[in-house]
Design a protein around this ligand. Structure first.
Ligand code: ATP
Length: 604
């Protein structure tokens, strides 16, 4: 990931501060070197003075007079002897220098007994992998010396190594993934599970470096990240793989942390995201974090198959078009999203043909969040209705050109069950929670360069953007503010990021799907597209107490459906007969295919 400059106010201030700090540190180091003898003598004088004071206090009071007399006599003799004062000063300085010398015992060279034992056993374990019967001078042999094989090592206080360089023979097949992973697996098992190791294979030098990775910070709360429009922070990672850092606030403290930034929009090569993870690993939290960032520049539509009301805090907020948790609402909303994508494409294409800039109503990003689509698929099959995933085809295929971004989250084992469209077009991938190397490879398309661990905190996982490297990832804590278990600080952090609630405008109503429009069912005579119609009823906002702001003027409005209020129970049902809302729970008619012109616009 290329280094991107921070806003000048932050980057200049930070760089200047760092330069001054570096300068001060260098000056202090040089001064310490030059003044070292003086420092030693000063320390010695202090120690001599302390010894003198101790001697004085230990002397019984009746003998202090004699001691004083003895000291005065010595001073007198020194004063009278030729060169006496000079010799006395030299003797005092010599005594002070001797007393002031650094007495910390030198670090023991080499490993201690237990460390030697560890290295020897690791060496023995590697013998079968790194030796060959025909090798006349084997580097690895049973009972051999580990010193030549491990040129560098570091241990932690617990006696486990934190850094190890391993030499291996040139004939070891380090180019084969299988051979590498066998060694990595062995080293992980022998060096202590529960830690995450990073392996660097230097094929030219026949060296393998093993480093223990420190845990990623789990205390970063949701906040306004310093990013450009179109950039979304998925989480935070190791400094080794990312050159950019983000300035973050952590209570009073400010620190710079390397982020995993996902770019969306027209120029993005991975315009849609798929998040996978076992239950409870933080997939909904990541979606909430992305949604809060997306709301700064766009509108969003949330379809929650989990039905646990985890997006209730977003209901009725400015820019949130709908939060749907029922199948009917999901189908209607996604149908609207598909039609809106088409409308934007047609509009953009028409403007291009006329040599105009794309119209404003096609430029505001639209985000479609679909949490647990597999739950809806199951329900739809049981009810004989259309799978909501099929409605994502148009936004996924053509969303990039239309500023429509799709984010899908599901459980790790549901990957195979996801539709082809979702799997093909979500080139940004995140896997959260424990996962085997094979599962990670299947989900991300490449294995991570570290060893996955069994126990990870919520929000920990891996991310891969397109064909880029696999990053370790820690999602910022963005909990549901309505959850009782949420801490006050985290709740407040999320509440601070939420836009104000909006009040639905008078006369709002559900939009008209294209097929209904074609059949002349629409109340409006000429609804070109949903965004061009009168705004429909804003789901959820209906029930929210009118708060502090007016209706969103910019946003196209999706249809009303079944909308959660945090309980997972559908509370509102679209008014039967309202345009765009099926009369019964029947399967909505399919979305019309994208016109050829519109499809062409995507490629341009
Ligand atoms: N990045 C994070 N930092 C701190 N806590 C987190 C993080 N992500 C998730 N959690 C906590 O873990 C718990 C589960 O999170 P979440 O509901 O997002 O998981 P999930 O994968 O969506 O699970 P489910 O599918 O069962 O809803 C919550 O209590 C949440 O606060």
């Amino acid at each position: 990931m290329a280094r991107r400059p921070l806003p000048r106010i932050l980057s200049n201030g930070g760089a200047q501060l760092a330069r001054s700090r570096e300068l001060a540190r260098t000056a202090a180091d040089s001064a310490t070197d030059v003044l070292q003898p003086l420092i030693t003598i000063g320390r010695g004088l202090r120690r001599l003075a302390a010894a003198g004071r101790r001697r004085w206090t230990e002397t019984p009071k009746d003998r202090r007079g004699a001691l004083l007399f003895l000291a005065a006599s010595v001073v007198l003799v020194v004063a009278l002897v030729p060169y006496g004062p000079l010799l006395a000063v030299i003797a005092l300085m010599a005594a002070a220098a001797w007393q002031g010398r650094d007495r910390t015992p030198p670090e023991p060279e080499g490993p201690d007994d237990s460390q030697t034992q560890r290295l020897q056993s690791l060496y023995e374990a590697l013998v079968p992998y790194f030796s060959m019967a025909e090798d006349p001078d084997p580097l690895y042999a049973h009972g051999g010396a580990w010193e030549k094989a491990f040129p560098a090592y570091e241990f932690d206080d617990g006696g486990r190594f934190t850094h190890l360089v391993i030499r291996y023979p040139a004939y070891f097949t380090d180019g084969e993934a299988g051979a590498r992973s066998r060694i990595e697996h062995l080293l992980t098992a022998k060096s202590g599970r529960g830690r995450e190791y990073h392996f660097t294979w230097d094929e030219e030098a026949n060296h393998l470096s093993v480093d223990v990775l420190p845990a990623l910070p789990t205390d970063i709360a949701a906040q306004r990240f310093v990013t450009a429009p179109g950039e979304t922070v998925l989480g935070f990672t190791d400094p080794t793989r990312v050159q950019r850092t983000l300035p973050l606030t952590h209570g009073e403290e400010r620190r710079d942390v390397p982020p995993v930034v996902w770019r969306t929009g027209v120029r993005s090569t991975e315009p849609h995201l798929l998040v996978l993870g076992q239950p409870g690993t933080g997939t909904s939290t990541l979606l909430r974090s992305i949604a809060l960032q997306a709301l700064h520049h766009g509108d969003l539509l949330i379809v929650d198959g989990g039905g646990t009301g985890e997006y209730a805090c977003l209901v009725g907020r400015d820019g949130v078009l709908a939060v749907e948790s029922g199948l009917t609402g999901a189908l209607t909303s996604l149908e609207w999203a598909a039609a809106e994508t088409e409308r934007r494409l047609i509009s953009v294409n028409r403007a291009r043909q006329e040599g105009q800039a794309p119209p404003d109503d096609t430029r505001r990003p639209l985000w479609v969040f679909l949490d647990r689509p597999s739950a809806f698929s199951h329900l739809a099959t049981a009810e004989g209705r259309r799978d909501p995933q099929s409605l994502l085809q148009v936004p996924l295929r053509h969303g990039r050109a239309a500023h429509v971004t799709v984010v899908v989250a599901d459980q790790l084992d549901a990957l195979e069950g996801l539709g082809d469209g979702v799997r093909q077009h979500t080139r940004a991938r995140v896997v959260l929670g424990p996962a085997t190397a094979d599962e990670l490879t299947a989900a991300l398309g490449a294995p991570p360069h570290t060893t996955p661990v069994d126990q990870v905190p919520p929000g920990r996982g891996y991310a891969r953007l397109g064909n880029g490297p696999v990053h370790r990832l820690q999602v910022p804590a963005t909990p549901d503010p309505y959850d009782d278990a949420t801490s006050d600080a985290h709740r407040q952090a999320v509440l601070d990021l939420l836009p104000p609630r909006t009040t639905p405008a008078d006369g709002e109503r559900a939009p008209v799907p294209p097929e209904a429009e074609a059949a002349g069912e629409a109340a409006e005579p000429e609804p070109v597209s949903m965004a061009k119609q009168d705004p429909p009823t804003r789901s959820g906002a209906e029930q929210d107490p009118p708060d502090d702001s007016g209706p969103a003027a910019h946003a196209p409005e999706p249809p009303a459906g079944e909308t959660t209020r945090g309980t997972g129970t559908p509370e509102f049902t679209a008014v039967p007969g309202a345009p765009g809302v099926p009369e019964a729970a029947g399967d909505p008619a399919p979305v019309e295919p994208v016109p050829v012109k519109a499809a062409a616009a995507e490629g341009s």
